[in-house]
Design a protein around this ligand. Structure first.
Ligand SMILES: Cc1ncc(COP(=O)(O)O)c(C=O)c1O
Length: 406
């Protein structure tokens, strides 16, 4: 591998330094248009809200805003970032988890849509204001994600209100004078199977029928969350998004008719599908070691890209300009933790100090999870648009590191 969006990776490394996150604007645009077209052609009232938690660089958010997306936020600060990127309040959704009183005080000044995590969240929010539309995140009692760490529904999940208790929560909102409602469910991330989405929607629609029959209302929107996966490994097939959209919208429209829901908005909150494969991490080999195993160390670590250490996530890696599988190595970072391994027993060409090591599919849940652990500095971020690179976040400095200490 030598180029990203026609730009030589070595030149990027020389100009901006390493480690470096690089994003491809054309790829982001293609991903958005593919997903949006697939759904909108079957159900025009589909609305995408890009999941800000997956990548919150304001320049990236602005691309989605320009494409016509809304924003899905998981904290009041994400709401403010989305506003900074140009999103209007009516295009912003906030879905919290154990929302604090302060979170709600903060949200009071913004007329964004809120998906409440629980009936007790409703009790807290009405201490400050009554949302115009009330929506709860439903936990259907089951969940499915690419692995355990990214499964967000089921009896072990900390998210949402158990579906059996949801009708009571909506009734409570109705008693407080609320007359507009939505409903939300997101049971896991990185799913590659179209039927998973169809089954999820079917389940959510059935739960919705039970709730909305009891309160005598129709949903203004049904939010099925994100979770659209990408293939991180060579032997995985990409999610068939055309099929997914066809199955989901078919069940959705059929159930809307059957249950007398009219034509609510169908909200999607994708993160990974839109940005993961449009991001690369450029690192530089800093050392090679023949210990009990072969190790190659680079100038990044779990402080730069946490996913492998956090969930054992796999990312494909390449050495700039080198091909072959001459060695089997563990590819490591510089952090003082033995879990700071990007890939175990990978077949790579022979690496030498100064080689560039490229880690792919890091556009989602990459930079946003970076930290200063070991007092390492966060990397820079660059966006390539039509082969022109632009710095969209500078590299941290030691002064940044100590800037909060009085
Ligand atoms: C409520 C909610 N919406 C959207 C997302 C984005 O998920 P993904 O990146 O899998 O599309 C998540 C991720 O966990 C989530 O919890």
């Amino acid at each position: 591998m030598t180029h990203i969006n026609h730009k030589d990776i070595r030149e990027l490394g020389d100009e901006f330094g390493t480690p470096l996150y690089v994003y491809d604007k054309q790829k982001i645009t293609e991903n958005y248009n593919r997903l949006n077209n697939a759904f909108v052609k079957h159900y025009p009232k589909t609305k995408i809200h890009f999941s800000v938690k997956s990548n919150s660089n304001v320049h990236i958010l602005n691309i989605f805003q320009q494409l016509g997306s809304g924003a899905d936020c998981s904290s009041p600060n994400e709401v403010m970032l989305a506003q900074k990127a140009g999103f209007a309040d009516q295009d912003i959704i906030y879905t919290g988890n154990y929302e604090s009183r302060d979170d709600f005080v903060n949200l009071k000044n913004h007329s964004v849509q809120i998906n409440l995590d629980d009936s007790t969240s409703f009790d807290r929010v009405i201490e400050h204001f009554i949302p115009k539309i009330v929506s709860f995140r439903i936990n259907p009692g089951i969940g499915k994600g690419g692995h355990e760490g990214i499964t967000t529904g089921g009896t072990d999940a900390k998210f949402g209100i158990p579906y059996e208790y949801a009708a009571e929560a909506y009734k409570k909102a109705k008693q407080q004078g609320v007359s507009k409602f939505g409903i939300h469910m997101m049971t896991g991330s990185n799913n590659l199977e179209p039927y998973h989405f169809a089954q999820t929607v079917e389940k959510l629609m059935l739960i919705s029928k039970n709730i909305f029959d009891q309160i005598g209302a129709k949903p203004d929107f049904v939010d099925i969350g994100g979770g659209f996966g990408i293939p991180y490994e060579d032997d995985e097939l990409p999610l068939d998004i055309e099929k997914t959209a066809e199955l989901v919208t078919e069940i959705f429209t059929e159930k809307c008719q059957k249950y007398g829901f009219g034509e609510p908005y169908l909200y999607l909150e994708p993160g990974r599908y839109l940005i993961a494969d449009a991001g690369w991490l450029i690192t530089q080999v800093t050392g090679t070691k023949h210990s009990y195993k072969n190790f190659v160390g680079v100038d990044a670590g779990m402080s730069t890209l946490l996913r492998p250490a956090l969930y054992g996530a796999f990312h494909r890696t390449y050495l700039y300009g080198k091909e072959g599988e001459d060695t089997v190595v563990n590819l490591c970072g510089q952090i003082c933790e033995n879990s700071d391994v990007f890939a175990k027993s990978v077949h790579l060409p022979v690496a030498e100090i100064g080689d560039l090591m490229i880690i792919r599919d890091v556009g989602a849940y990459g930079y946003v999870m970076s930290s200063n652990y070991n007092n390492r500095l966060r990397p820079a971020e660059v966006l390539i648009d039509n082969s022109k690179p632009k710095l969209i976040r500078r590299r941290e400095t030691f002064d940044d590191l100590i800037s909060l200490i009085p």
